[in-house]
Write a protein that binds this ligand. Structure first.
Ligand code: HEC
Length: 189
């Protein structure tokens, strides 16, 4: 075999290896998109989605927050679904894929703060490592959309934006009320 043929063979094999690894990377991103869809990330992280009227860029965050205490009078404390696109200033542009995986496993963000479990990371922590990596790989492909999300509002702080409550509170019937609350009190029967 001439040197030239050997060279052609070797570079051909290398090209095949590169093509195979980029096909694997594409597959990973595709799986990440599929998981992001079925896990409903956009149901919170898209403007308007929490009010049943999604109209913002998909996954670019929302100024409609989620209350995290049962406080009914005054301000219950509100967190806002972050911008997950690649924008540096307002999104995940500065996060590495590993940062996203760690966040979904531990709730700990890029700055060492632990996210409120309204963001269902305790559930996502149960995903397989490969699935977490796929979600992160997909999110890292999202082009940056500049969209600033409000700071979290601590309980008692002035409310600045609309918020919803998600089914995180228990209804505990008073004595005698149980019959009016479907399902409640069944354990006593
Ligand atoms: C029930 C609503 C909800 C769903 C569903 C949800 N999130 Fe969140 N997410 C939030 C909220 C609210 C925050 C902000 C939490 C806080 O400030 O403590 C957040 C924060 C985050 C952050 C931190 C970003 C930052 O800048 O700090 C990431 C990353 C994230 N979510 C990714 C995801 C992914 C990926 C999914 C789907 C697998 C998902 N979220 C599903 C509500 C949700």
């Amino acid at each position: 075999m001439s040197r030239r043929t050997r060279w052609i063979r070797r570079s051909g094999a290398m090209l095949l290896a590169i093509a195979a690894s980029s096909a694997a990377a594409d597959e990973m991103v595709e799986r990440g998109e599929y998981l992001t869809n079925i896990l409903g990330c956009g149901g919170c992280h898209t403007e308007g989605a929490l009010l049943g009227n999604a109209h913002g860029e998909w996954l670019a965050g929302a100024k409609v927050g989620v209350a995290y205490t049962p406080e009914e009078q005054g301000s219950p404390g509100v967190v806002f679904p972050a911008n997950l696109t690649g924008d540096l200033a307002t999104g995940l542009g500065a996060w590495r894929a590993e940062d996203i995986v760690r966040f979904l496993k531990t709730g700990m963000d890029h700055y060492g703060r632990t996210a409120n479990p309204v963001m269902p990371w305790p559930n996502y922590a149960m995903l397989e490592e490969e699935d977490l990596k796929a979600i992160a790989a997909f999110l890292k492909t999202l082009p940056g959309v500049r969209y600033e999300i409000p700071e979290a509002i601590a309980p008692g702080e002035a409310l600045t934006h609309a918020f919803v409550r998600i089914g995180v509170y228990l209804f505990v019937p008073e004595e005698g009320e149980a019959a009016e609350a479907p399902g409640a009190g069944a354990a006593d029967d």
